[in-house]
Design a protein around this ligand. Sequence first.
Ligand SMILES: [Zn+2]
Ligand SMILES: [Zn+2]
Length: 348
Amino acid sequence: MKNIKIFVFSLIIIFSFGCQTRNHNIDHSKNNDQRGLKKDGGHRGKKKSGRRKPSRSSTASVCNGENDFSLVPITFLPSMKKYTIHNEENLIHVCTEDSDGDGKPEFIVIEATGQPEHKSVYYESSDKYFEDFDYATNIYKFAAIYQGQTPRSAGRNKIEKQTLILKIPAQPTPAANKTETDFGAMGIALNGVAFFNENAAPGDEITNELFTFDQCSGHPENRGMYHYHVDPICLIQKLGGRIKNGTRTSSGTKYNWLEDSGTNAGLLLGFLMDGFPVYAPIGKGEKDCKNNATPSIDEYNGHQHCTSDFTGGIYHYHVKTAIQGGDNKPVFWLTNKYFYGETGSLGQ
Ligand SMILES: [Zn+2]
Ligand SMILES: [Zn+2]
């Protein structure tokens, strides 16, 4: 009897620990310990998530450090080429996978290291992209949902090189049965950074995690995977979108930050695992590629119309202005709970 009790107890320990490793846990008191367990944690997380949807099983490189656009469907050519020009040091590669050899690829493959070419307090201090940041800035930047949370760093987590292999369907299709987004990477931005959804891992609140974001509104999880949950403001700036400077002086300290101007709806930011693109927030309004009004947004936070990247029209998501955090004010979250389309995979 005693042995059975010990066995059950062990199972509970193993199970609860396993859950924790797949969290992208930004609970900093835990992270200091988890950092030492990073390799184990990553391995366990991968094994476990292989049985879950969406798929995270494939981690073997397809592109092998080369771009190959020869079989990329023509409608995707302009958008896929954008992946190869926005990160000059940490190159992103695009190719296709034709597993049955019929000359028609099943997937477009995007491979990235997840390291942004913009400033972050989460780079090592020796890195040229390191820039210090006062987390208290987030009190004012995310004032709409500030309810006494403590601005702070995400523990000792630092941005580390990843192997992100995103396979999106070469012909994206709406899914009859929608797949839930989960707590890992669900897409890749044009600068190679992982997109996460608006949810924190169980036990954490995203409305608390917001106050660990860096100056570009991202942060790394405990394996060093940097990611965006919200409007990636520095990427938007880099892509030529319009941004505003926010500023506030409190107790003699001046805080400065970047804000979305609300006029970047036509700006492509990246793709999710189902092959549908993500555009910047609609904000103050959106016109399609022919300057016509656009249809309203559906429950997946997307709609169909032509854009400058897809002149024939495509279903796409917009970073949404969500009512979350209790104050009914705009915080631009990335996406919703479900993918609109049939999902490919994201090995990580
Ligand atoms: Zn996060
Ligand atoms: Zn749109």
